[in-house]
Design a protein around this ligand. Sequence first.
Ligand SMILES: [Mg+2]
Ligand SMILES: [Zn+2]
Length: 241
Amino acid sequence: MKFLLVFDFDHTIIDENSDTWIVKCAPERKLPNGLRNSYQPGHWTEYMGRVFVYLGDNGVKEEEMKRTMTTIPFTAGMIDLLGFIGEKKELFDCIIVSDSNTVFIDWILKAADFHKLFDEVFTNPAAFSSTGYLTVQHFHAHHCAKCPKNLCKRKVLKEFLDKQSERGVSYRQVVYIGDGGNDLCPVMFLKKNDIAMPRQGYTLEKKISQLAQSLSPVQCSVLVWSSAIDIMSYLKLLIKE
Ligand SMILES: [Mg+2]
Ligand SMILES: [Zn+2]
């Protein structure tokens, strides 16, 4: 049986938020106040839609966006970790579940030649319109009260595991690697035998420890990482067992 590695993208695979980084393409590398203040909690995708319209209106082209996005640094140790997983791919299935979008993730993974490593990428579908504007849509609809309107990562993970199980694929362990508040919902779905790997000092780690302090800890094991080398060390132990 294989292991399933579930990766968040922003601040996990890359050491930045891709949606914030794109602002480097805007005139003077910033957004007008009115646009910046138009974000409403839970409606990030709509906000990014307006950002992309602004970039399009200001003549920012696909090539420039791509050039900018592919300069985002990977998180410390991540290139080594992904290289290691690539060498042992027969032992690991890898998916990404992200609130970024298909265009950004494609560009970044392909530029670094990591796209073949991931069996599936679940993120908001994006595309350039015939007029050259980037557009983005909700990944799905869901009924989870804890998650932003466009994406519940727990639903994605559950549907993926169900689909795999229908094909006769089950996993020895699910390893969930992330940093953000929206990674808590899928982590709370993990079973006793699974492991959550929250990035040290980020929201997911804080939320997991708050749950432990309020005496309703998550069921899965928890191992904090600060460099992706920590994750690699854990995977090396796993495959030795
Ligand atoms: Mg993240
Ligand atoms: Zn949820």
